[in-house]
Structure formats: C-alpha cells, structure tokens
Write a new protein. Sequence first.
Length: 134
Amino acid sequence: TVRRHARPQRQARLRAVGFVTYPLPLADHDDSEMRAWIKRRESTERAAHILAAWDALRLRVPSLPLPVLSARTQEGAAQFSWIRNDIVVEIEVYDNGSFDWFTRNRVTDKYDGSEDPVASLPEACFEALVAMAS
C-alpha cells in the first residue's frame, strides 16, 4: 500500500485558489497513483496528452519528483507545479501540444519563462526542473 503525506492544510489552500490536486504518494518517484487519477478525471484523449507531456519531462529529468497537478487552468491547460525551497516551477500543457512555463525565485524575485505558449520547452525550463530533482 502507498502511504500518503498528511497535507490537509496545503491541499485546502490549493483548492481555495483553484487547484484540484491528486493525493501525493510517499514515494515521490512512483507516478502510478497520479496516472490513475488523471485517467479517472479526464477524457481518454486528454489523459493521453497530459501523460505524454509528463513522460517527456521524466525522460529528460528521470529523478523529477511528482508535481502538484491541477485538473485544468482557466485556459484549459493541465498545470504541473513544483516548489522547492524558494524556487517555483510551473508548466502548463495545452491540448494543442503547446506549453507555457515559468520559474521564479521567491526570495530574489528572479523570473524566467514564456510570455506566450511555446511549441517546445526551452533548455532553461529543463535546467529549473533539474534543480527540482536534486
């Protein structure tokens, strides 16, 4: 069985700002529960699209921990979010295959990201994801 983190306050805060999150398993690299959650909540086509994006991220950064995942943003994108120490990385995956992304240091306020959706994620995004994995 998979033990869950007790994060009720964090989950409540995320729901209050519009996130719909899946329960995080204790093992940050076992994505089977996340995959099942996506398949239960989304159409077959949309789930396949979201999981293909996740697989592509994991291919580039194999030790990437599980994200907080919103079911859908206001624009209809699936949103992957990571927070580690003072760094935030977010990637939005659109049904047409494009992405929005940003990374921000909450202390220095240094920001990098896309202004508009991009066809593929740039190297700077993967560098930020590597930082999430280390």
